[in-house]
Design a protein around this ligand. Structure first.
Ligand code: F6P
Length: 361
């Protein structure tokens, strides 16, 4: 193996650049030229590559200076996309021929569920070696305890909620704060615990709009009765009732018991996805990058490296916190995480149900 390609795909996440830097540095150290595919899978299809390593005059390799600097930044230096063309077999066949033209026989895909689904199809059809690295702030990928960006996103949410709590306490108000997480309420659950929020609203609990409004009403009533000045309710994006509607309906329902009640809604949205990666995301990115590259060099393919996997049965790597899992298993576990049948999701929801009585104190 002399050349490999790495790409970032789907929603960007803090730590993607750190992983690119790690792969480029480790590749250079092993005499491998590393190229980035521009705009995710679209760059593979169109043969749009950018070298992430640099050949020095003595023939040795080093990391590209911009890639080195980007390691501590959010977003992704080589762009990301959700490629519709790569979902088609023709797009994947064109990608394989572009990779062969470049002389690359290995591919590292950094991304979430959709990106890893594409990686699995490509590995089986093309015969090119493919390794995945989990990258998504949502923490909805199987066979890994975390994915790139989760820790940074949680830090951003906590900081934003601290600010919201300041103004909430000043005015004795309730706030409903929505955080990202389309299919998975992990960010909402984890940040609610960290913020000692009064309630958390997640899709996984399967509550109706009416039940959600009742939950909000109850924590507002008991919270203010206990003398609280801030009521904080964290809502996951996956709960489809908009924040503003929840606020309006709750105020309406409580207008007799609390006529002066003021609830505000804040949607954090993409603020949660940006920002420089935290220490934890940089460290995990470096170690998963190391694991993915070494696995390719050892001949592994159609697999993902996971961080401290919450499931047994992975293949050990040189790093005791990093294990390899077949992509088929990763995709099965991901499906179960999202549809609620995974023991991990069941445990999370049960924990939140137990915690809800404590959080609202
Ligand atoms: O990356 C995952 C995610 O942040 C989800 O939580 C969210 O629903 C989605 O991406 C938003 O995607 P877009 O940036 O395309 O609006």
């Amino acid at each position: 193996m002399k050349r490999i390609v790495v790409l970032t795909s789907g929603g960007d996440s803090p730590g993607m650049n750190a992983a690119l830097r790690a792969v480029a540095k480790l590749g250079a150290a092993q005499g491998l030229q590393v190229f980035g595919s521009l705009e995710g899978y679209d760059g593979l299809i169109d043969g749009q590559f950018r070298e992430l390593t640099k050949v020095l005059s003595d023939g040795t390799l080093t990391v590209d200076i911009e890639v080195d600097a980007a390691g501590g930044q959010g977003g992704t230096l080589i762009g990301s996309a959700r490629s519709a063309r790569f979902r088609e077999v023709e797009g994947r066949a064109k990608s394989a021929s572009e990779l062969r033209k470049l002389g690359a026989d290995g591919l590292i895909v950094i991304g979430g569920n959709g990106s890893l689904t594409g990686a699995h199809a490509f590995a089986t059809e093309s015969g090119i070696k493919v390794m995945g690295i989990p990258g998504s702030i949502d923490n909805d990928i199987g066979c890994t305890a975390t994915s790139l960006g989760v820790d940074t996103a949680l830090n951003t949410i906590v900081e934003a909620c601290d600010r919201i709590s300041d103004t909430a306490r000043a005015h004795r108000r309730a706030f409903v704060v929505e955080v990202m997480g389309r299919d998975c309420g992990y960010l909402a659950m984890a940040s609610a615990v960290a913020m000692a929020a009064d309630a958390v609203l997640i899709r996984e609990s399967g509550k109706t709009e009416d039940q959600l409004i009742d939950d909000i009403r109850q924590v507002i009533n008991t919270g203010f009765a206990r003398g609280k000045r801030r009521i904080l309710i964290i809502k996951a994006e996956g709960v489809t009732v908009p924040c503003t509607r929840l606020v309006r309906m709750t105020e309406e329902r409580m207008k007799v018991e609390l006529p002066t009640l003021e609830i505000r809604a804040t949607v954090l949205g993409h603020v949660v996805r940006g920002g420089n990666p935290s220490y934890a995301d940089r460290a995990v990115a470096g170690r998963l990058g190391f694991g993915a590259l070494n696995s390719l060099l050892e001949g592994a393919s159609d697999e993902m490296v996971g961080w401290m996997p919450p499931v047994p049965g992975g293949i050990a790597t040189a790093d005791s916190s990093v294990m390899r899992f077949p992509l088929t298993r990763v995709l099965d576990e991901t499906r179960a995480l999202i549809d609620g049948s995974s023991p991990v999701t069941k445990r999370r929801v049960a924990l939140m149900t137990t915690a809800s009585g404590v959080l609202s104190l």
